[in-house]
Design a protein around this ligand. Structure first.
Ligand code: SF4
Length: 295
């Protein structure tokens, strides 16, 4: 259930996170709608995509310098390929859910996709994407049938909207706070007001840096729509043999997370604006820019 919370998570949301966000709150100047004042106001005329601001896999952030200053493209890796294909499968599966089509053919869809330069074991990537596809559709259908049977006067369209209350791949501009103008949000649950971000092939134990993504998207939402978004959730998808493992990390989008996101944004906007090479990190040279750093 990629974006559906389980019973325990619902209890955590209601008994822990909501009361926490009501009692602790969020400082007004750290709300996205305060984008025109410090500290949220960006001071450099540079716009970066969310992944460049939030990604922490390069300890010196040289990947950001290579991509945005030297305009290097980098090379696809297996983890990036898997992430990109599974994201596409989730998005298409939910698109079919909104059409009340719970049994679309995965093969047909997959075979006409033009996934650019995907790397690694292509059969395995396809298999994993198919598992996610099936998981999304099966769960969405079950929620839909359940909702339909409990509301005799509802329309099917209404029950789709309430049983799968997700804005998927919502396009939004992050320009007010220094992000790209063509951001795409993995998922926003509009009934429970939760910002989701999906990560593939990453363990929940490595969770902390990944909270930055949902935090950044929440700030963007607040800057554009002026509605508070207090809860974020990172969804971790992993594959073990023939099994899809789904874990979620629900969290309060606190002042600390917001300040951390702003710090990362400022550091990276400044690096790109000043065209400053941060130098190579001691790393395993396995990222998309490994060839550049080994040259
Ligand atoms: S190869 Fe290492 S130093 Fe170079 S961008 Fe990647 S993580 Fe950073």
């Amino acid at each position: 259930m990629v974006y559906y919370l389980n019973d325990i998570e619902h209890k955590q949301l209601l008994k822990k996170l909501r009361p926490l966000s009501r009692s602790v709150g969020v400082t007004e100047e750290l709300r996205g709608w305060s984008w025109d004042n410090s500290p949220l106001k960006p001071y450099h005329d540079v716009k970066l995509p969310m992944y460049s601001i939030c990604s922490k896999y390069c300890p010196t952030s040289r990947d950001v310098y290579l991509k945005h200053v030297l305009k290097k493209k980098g090379e696809m890796t297996y983890p990036v390929s898997l992430g990109s294909v599974t994201h596409a499968a989730i998005n298409e599966a939910y698109r079919q859910v909104r059409r009340k089509n719970f049994n679309p053919a995965f093969e047909e869809w997959y075979n006409v996709q033009k996934f650019e330069n995907i790397q690694g074991n292509l059969e395995l990537i396809k298999k994993y994407a198919g598992m996610v596809w099936k998981h999304v559709l099966t769960n969405a259908e079950s929620k839909f049938r359940d909702a339909l049977s409990s509301q005799p006067y509802s329309t099917e369209e209404d029950m789709i909207a309430t049983s799968a209350p997700f804005l998927i791949e919502h396009k939004i501009s992050g320009e007010l706070i220094g992000c790209s103008g063509i951001l795409s949000v993995d998922c926003y649950d509009y009934l429970h007001n939760i910002m989701f971000d999906v990560k593939t092939g990453i363990k929940k134990e490595e969770v902390n840096p990944y909270k930055l993504y949902a935090t950044g998207y929440a700030l963007v939402f607040e800057s554009v729509y002026e509605v508070p978004v207090d809860v974020g959730c990172t969804v971790f998808l992993n594959f073990k043999d023939d099994r899809l493992l789904v874990e979620r990390d629900l969290f309060h989008i606190s002042d600390d997370l917001r300040s951390w996101w702003i710090e990362e944004r400022d550091k990276k906007l400044e690096m790109v604006y000043e065209e400053k090479d941060p130098g190579m990190a001691e790393c395993e040279r396995r990222c998309m820019y490994a060839a550049e750093c080994m040259a």
